[in-house]
Design a protein around this ligand. Structure first.
Ligand code: ADP
Ligand code: MG
Length: 716
């Protein structure tokens, strides 16, 4: 019976009767004790549901069962026979390495199976022999080999073929799942545990997708999907099952985002601003350039939101250099004109300080006060900014992550902007927005992503696109060169500097540690300054410098006191120095396409032609393709499509990229179609139907279960 304790205000609270037995601790599963439960928690498995969602990495198809004499070398196969002898002995080469040899006989002949076990000390017999006991009737699955007419198997899987209490075979004679493991937890154990969970809890698996959706997309039922994703009857069933579960994840995620948006919109009236007044007019009049048509269009969309009855929740997507900052500035001015404060958060200090400069230039003349809050400013500066934000004296506050710390308070926050949103999480922007009462929310991103993906990832936002670059931009010329051609590259840099331009040289991040990256960049700067450009002004910029040091370097570069800036990827996003014309990227194959595109976007921002030089051996095929894509196109959307093709959409999900909750399935390159279908299907769902007593209530509960934490954030 459904108890109706859920309140009207938040009708998506899970009531206790909805608590599913699948939420039981994994230790309730037969065969899982405390020790194993701890091992499983290393794999992120805490509940029965987690275990069911622990999908196999791959499968081994051992469905083909043959007489020993008919096995073909190199083929995965299952044989069945009696164990006629077993022998355990240390190998002659390494006394710690034990060899177990079993001989198996069927009507057609004899096969030999060999296992290796490593022991702690020499000559110590292994506690458990990996071989089956003598006399047993077994299934044995593996890749058959043949030498001197003898059939043999190395490290095969085996299982009792008499099918006692344990039932169907799990490790042999079927399509066998292969799981990711952790220390002290073997394949056989995981298979057994998963199988026990399926038999113990299978009846608790309820369908959550609407039946018409199952029908329209030809998806199997949920319980079948879980059974077949783990223990499929054949490979086709395995992939159908996986498709169904992938669909479910993406469908639910998309609905969760849609839901979040509708809750935000419904949560109260927005700050309904008046039409543009004198302050906005003065701002427009003072702009140093004419807006592009695309910028004007997006500004109108923003105005519509801000003057409307519900809070704005809008993403502005625009390629690097398309001019998003001025659009943000417009929204800030409109906010101030209506008596509220605006905040703008950027992912790096360099970018935050750059925004401070640009906003001071654009808004200062209008009498609008602009403050900075960043992690490494002095205590005094910080106190001043905090006080100003709290009292309302600061009309606009720019900052880094420091903006969302607890001690930052606003008197009347009316607009929360996050720049380069892909560097932040959903929750981070929510925290910023929560510092006001229902403020308007604007997020900006230069990472162009295909439409279907955008809907999966930004489904909680309205989307505006700036699909036009400011006039007079000359496309950046991109060259890919081998490391041996560096002298020519340096010659070219020198030439550009002699014409009054400036250059960036980017050293790759050393994956293992930021400290190493910094060291690499520092020694590269030293080398270039000493040996290559002794007569030029070389600067160094990296993430370990204090904010005032970074500031000084960026100011010197902006003002032309540095000709060549050696940098780590800290300059990747947002930096805007229009006089810089050359971007040299060392070890370019170490960067992804999106990153290369961002870096290239640092040049060609002014009147001069920009050049991007990718220095790379590009040893692998994928690296080569990436270099070619960069040479061929500068269209961010096309680059994103190619990125998707080369890396698959999985990279776009997950906490790292967009701050979304982790999905239970890995999204693979082949999943684009199911992604598109899941999004299409979610579009057809009316969010109202998920509420209590409504048709899709069960689906609503499942979404709360899966993504409730994300939905319950008060802001967008
Ligand atoms: P992004 O979209 O990458 O954040 P920015 O807002 O930093 O781009 O703008 C890139 C450069 O283009 C800046 O120097 C900015 O002043 C300039 N810019 C923006 N809009 C226009 C325009 N309509 N006409 C000319 N220049 C513009
Ligand atoms: Mg920008």
């Amino acid at each position: 019976m459904k108890s109706n304790s859920s309140t009207a205000a938040n009708h998506f609270t899970i009531t206790s009767s909805q608590q599913n037995r699948l939420d039981d601790p994994v230790a309730y599963v037969r065969g899982v004790g405390q020790a194993r439960a701890e091992k499983l928690s290393c794999l992120g498995i805490r509940t029965v549901s987690d275990l069911l969602w622990y999908l196999p990495r791959r499968y081994q198809d051992f469905t083909s069962t043959k007489p020993i004499a008919d096995t073909v070398p190199g083929e995965p196969v299952t044989i069945m026979g009696e164990v006629i002898s077993v022998e355990d002995k240390p190998t002659s080469r390494d006394p710690r390495l034990w060899l177990s040899i079993a001989r198996i006989r069927d009507d057609s002949g004899i096969a030999e199976a060999v296992w290796f076990t490593r022991t702690k000390s020499p000559k110590l017999r292994p506690r458990f022999s990996p071989a089956p006991p003598r006399g047993a009737l077994v299934y044995l699955s593996g890749v058959a080999e043949r030498a001197y007419g003898k059939v043999s198997f190395a490290n095969p899987e085996w299982e009792d073929a008499t099918r006692g209490v344990e039932g169907e075979p799990l490790n042999t004679a079927r399509v066998v799942p292969v799981y990711g493991l952790t220390e002290g937890l073997g394949q056989k154990a995981v298979r057994r545990i998963v199988s026990n969970a399926l038999s113990g809890y299978g009846d608790e698996i309820r369908e959550v997708l609407p039946f018409e959706v199952l029908g329209r997309y030809g998806l199997p039922e949920r319980r079948w999907a879980f059974l077949n994703v783990h223990f499929p009857s054949d490979m086709a069933s395995a992939s159908l099952a996986r498709r169904r579960l992938t669909f479910e994840e993406l469908f639910l995620l998309r609905l969760a985002l849609k839901w979040r948006k509708s809750q935000y919109k419904a949560s109260g009236t927005g700050l309904k601003h008046g039409p543009d007044g004198q302050l906005v007019a003065a701002f427009m009049k003072n702009l140093p350039f004419a807006l592009t048509r695309a910028q004007e269009k997006v500004i109108r969309e923003i105005a519509g939101d801000m003057e409307g009855p519900t809070p704005m929740a809008r993403l502005v997507q625009g390629d690097v250099g398309s001019g998003k900052t001025v659009v943000a500035a417009y929204a800030l001015v409109k906010t101030v004109e209506n008596g509220y404060q605006g905040a703008m958060m950027a992912p790096t200090e360099i970018l935050a300080e750059q925004h401070l400069l640009s906003l001071k230039k654009l808004l200062g003349p209008l009498g609008i006060s602009v403050y900075l809050i960043s992690g490494s400013q002095s205590q005094k500066e910080r106190q001043e900014a905090l006080t100003a934000a709290r009292s309302g004296a600061a009309q606009v506050v720019v900052g880094t992550h420091a903006l969302i710390q607890g001690d930052v308070e606003f008197s009347q926050l009316g607009l929360a902007i996050t720049d380069e949103q892909h560097r932040f999480g959903v929750t981070q922007r929510a925290i910023l927005a929560a510092k006001g009462g229902r403020p308007h929310v604007l997020v900006m991103s230069a990472t162009p992503i295909p439409r279907t993906l955008a809907m999966a990832i930004y489904g909680d936002l309205d989307v505006s696109v700036i699909d036009e670059l400011p006039p007079g931009r000359i496309p950046v010329e991109t060259h890919w060169v081998m490391p041996s051609q560096r002298p020519r590259v340096y010659q070219f840099v020198r030439e550009q500097v002699s014409r009054g331009r400036q250059a960036y040289i980017v050293c790759p991040l050393v994956e293992e540690s930021e400290a190493l990256s910094v060291k690499a960049a520092a020694s590269e700067a030293e080398r270039l300054e000493r040996d290559v450009f002794p007569d030029l002004k070389v600067g160094l910029l990296h993430g370990r410098m204090s904010s005032s040091e970074k500031d000084a370097v960026m100011t010197d570069f902006r003002d032309g006191r540095i000709d060549i800036l050696i940098s780590t990827t800290v300059i990747e996003v947002g930096v805007d120095v229009p006089n810089a014309s050359v971007m040299v990227i060392e070890d370019a194959e170490r960067f992804g396409l999106a990153q290369l595109h961002q870096l290239r976007g640092r040049v060609g921002r002014g009147r001069h032609r920009g050049y991007c030089i990718l220095v790379s051996q590009a040893a692998s095929e994928v690296a080569r393709q990436r270099m070619q894509v960069m040479q061929r196109t500068s269209d961010g959307f096309e680059i994103a499509e190619q990125d998707l093709r080369l890396r698959g959409p999985g990279e776009f999900f997950g906490t790292r990229q967009h701050g979304l909750p982790d999905l239970n399935v890995d999204i693979l390159p082949g999943d684009l179609r199911v992604l598109a279908e899941a999004i299409e299907a979610a579009e057809g769902v009316d969010i109202e139907e998920l509420g209590p007593g409504r048709r899709l209530e069960q689906l609503g509960h499942e979404i709360s279960r899966r993504f409730g934490g994300m939905i319950s954030w008060t802001g967008v």
